[in-house]
Design a protein around this ligand. Structure first.
Ligand code: DLZ
Length: 202
């Protein structure tokens, strides 16, 4: 693998290929705590996915109050999309074959439903003066890992665990001292890559 000329030891090397996710659906679930950081992160993820060819209407965005709710919401929404997708396919096949046995199974007016290729869970946890941060951080990271392993749908870990507000703002590209890099962009790229690769690994 070739080394990026500007790369340092730390950080994400670019992939060796371009991923075509133009026909795929994606889920973003984000917390509403620390909204000024959440918003640029979510926008960065969406813009990056669109640059990779994902259609905006194929990105479903849902919100939850705080990061603690991310695993449950991802789990339910991914499961619902999988059930809905198989029901939709069966209904469409049944309905079209009743009218005309030669009819295509999925007409172009088919609803925009289907399983998600990948999900991104976005949350921002900022350390306070109690143990709250540690408990939530650990529960969320374990919960999200469990959701992706249980469902087989990649869940990108878009959760910042920061000691200060400024650290969080810099990781959303809107820092006050230094702007920083928007990690939402990396999460958008990771969702596209994993969404495409997981299908190949099936
Ligand atoms: C309660 C709480 C606190 C103190 N801090 C954060 C935070 O920094 N980031 C975040 O996403 N959520 C926080 N929450 C809310 C919890 O995640 C959760 O929504 C509530 O405890 C209700 O379950």
């Amino acid at each position: 693998m070739s080394q990026h000329p500007d790369s340092t030891v730390k950080g994400l090397a670019p992939p060796a290929e371009r991923f075509d996710a133009s026909g795929e659906r994606f889920l973003i679930v984000h917390a509403r705590w620390n909204e000024s950081v959440i918003q640029p992160l979510v926008e960065g993820a969406i813009e990056t996915m669109i640059k990779s060819g994902v259609k905006r209407e194929n990105i479903v965005v849902e919100t939850v109050p705080g990061s603690y709710e991310l695993p449950m919401a991802c789990s339910r929404l991914i499961a619902a999309s999988q059930i809905q997708a198989s029901a939709t396919a069966t209904d469409l096949m049944g309905a079209s074959s009743l009218l005309d046995p030669a009819a295509p199974a999925a007409p172009s007016s088919a609803p925009l439903t289907g399983p998600f290729a990948a999900a991104i869970a976005v949350g921002v946890l900022i350390k306070g003066s109690t143990q709250h941060f540690e408990y939530i951080s650990e529960a969320v990271s374990h919960g999200l890992m469990r959701v992706q392993l249980d469902t087989g749908v990649p869940v990108i870990y878009g959760v910042l665990n920061c000691n200060t507000d400024e650290q969080a703002l810099q990781r959303a590209g809107v820092g006050k001292e230094t702007k920083g890099h928007n990690h939402g962009e990396d999460w958008g790229n990771a969702a596209v890559e994993l969404g495409v690769k997981t299908k190949r690994w099936a």
